[in-house]
Design a protein around this ligand. Structure first.
Ligand code: SF4
Length: 396
């Protein structure tokens, strides 16, 4: 296969280590892993990447994302070693977006310089809140001043594409404290801002603490914060391209857009998910299993829950992810992929939501209206197709 024929893919690498577990976190990450175990994990991760040698030649990665956990808590030199392995197996397209998730308080200038040497060109910094009380309640390891210091260090190291994560709907958060967080972030002029609502996940300290539920802002208060975010960021030149994501022109996150528009992706590391060669699967979430798998059987032996992706799954996902994007879903693109129009598959649902003013057609694209965004979860749920609909022979 010639170089020009390579298929595009996105790669995700999971680093499941954190300094301390945040009170709301249900991500696959550990805060109590000794350094030797972390080293063993990184060795296994590199074996896994190497396990794709050969097949990797058919692809070129258009985005790479190091997520976690906290990839930036790894000691100096480890990320460089990882990238050395990655580049020896995978072709990464010139100019590809390469992101690393970092937490304030874990960065040094040397680490940042190392990331730049590896070709990493985008940082995603988890601030979550600019308010000391809120940060403490969340169990974050840093304060606002450490965030600013790390942000400025990243600029000094040459990073020109920085995302800042913030959260709304936090316990004890008010419109005023949220507004101050947003104002503080905006002073720094990051290229990208993600503003996600807190969700209380079972098994986390937040879920077990009744007083936390009592301190949550009302649904209406959270909605007001969200609409305030949209208005303010839009007025300052940030384009909202997805329900929770805002970017200056040209800085939308290509990796996430890849997920949202159905590009193939492979995940490496503990619990990492993949959508590859017509199958969805995830790696084992059991650290012991991950660490003890034999080199010769990797990567296949790590895969769990591997199932073929049906046309029905693809349609649902196209709607689910596409409707979260500000541009919405294109009827032309739907027909190109599935040989049926949106009207043919979803006519009744679409008509009812358009009549209610939650969805709107614009230039051949179907998208959420502002008031539809407020109830988007309910709307998106209605785009799940009944398995019985396969009787027409088109859906599988
Ligand atoms: S830093 Fe992120 S991954 Fe780590 S514990 Fe906190 S929320 Fe979870």
């Amino acid at each position: 296969m010639g170089k020009l024929d390579k298929k595009e893919i996105s790669l995700y690498i999971h680093i499941p280590f954190c300094i301390r577990k945040c009170n709301y976190c249900d991500f696959l990450s550990f805060s109590d892993c000794p350094m030797e175990a972390q080293k063993a994990y990184m060795d296994k991760l590199m074996q896994e990447i190497e396990g794709y040698s050969g097949i990797a030649e058919e692809y070129q990665a258009v985005s790479v994302f190091l997520g976690g956990g906290t990839p930036s808590c790894l000691p100096e030199g480890w990320i460089e070693q990882l990238f050395h392995k990655l580049y020896s197996v995978w072709t990464v397209k010139q100019g590809a977006e390469i992101t690393i998730e970092c937490n304030p308080g874990t960065l040094t200038y040397r680490k940042l310089a190392e990331y730049r040497t590896c070709g990493i060109n985008r940082l995603s910094l988890g601030l979550q809140s600019g308010n000391a009380e809120e940060l403490k309640r969340l169990g974050r390891i840093h304060n606002y001043e450490q965030f600013v210091a790390n942000y400025l260090l990243a600029r000094e190291a040459g990073f020109q594409n920085i995302n800042v994560d913030i959260m709304l709907g936090l316990p004890g958060q008010s419109q005023s404290t949220y507004g101050k967080t947003l104002a503080r972030v905006l002073e720094l002029k990051p290229e990208h801002i993600s503003a996600y609502s807190l969700s209380i996940e079972a098994g986390t300290p937040f879920a077990e603490d009744k007083t936390i539920m009592e301190q949550l802002p009302s649904e209406q208060a959270e909605r007001n914060m969200y609409h305030y975010t949209r208005r303010l960021l839009n007025s300052l030149g940030y384009e909202q391209y997805e329900i929770s994501n805002f970017a200056r022109k040209g800085y939308a996150c290509l990796h996430n857009l890849g997920y949202w528009t159905g590009r193939e992706y492979l995940g490496f590391g503990l619990g990492a998910s993949s959508d590859w060669q017509g199958y969805r699967f995830e790696n084992t979430r059991d650290m012991q299993e991950y660490l003890t798998e034999r080199k010769e059987t990797i990567p296949e032996a790590l895969w769990r829950n591997r199932i073929p992706v049906t046309e029905r799954n693809r349609m649902e996902e196209f709607m689910f992810l596409g409707l979260r994007l500000t541009d919405g879903v294109s009827d032309t693109e739907f027909i190109r992929r599935f040989h049926r129009s949106l009207e043919e598959v979803y006519g009744a649902v679409i008509r009812s939501y358009v009549d209610m003013g939650f969805l709107v057609w614009k230039n051949g694209n179907l998208r959420l209206e502002d008031r539809g965004i407020d109830v988007s979860n309910q709307i998106l749920a209605d785009f799940l197709l009944e398995p019985e609909e396969k009787t027409d022979g088109i859906l599988m």
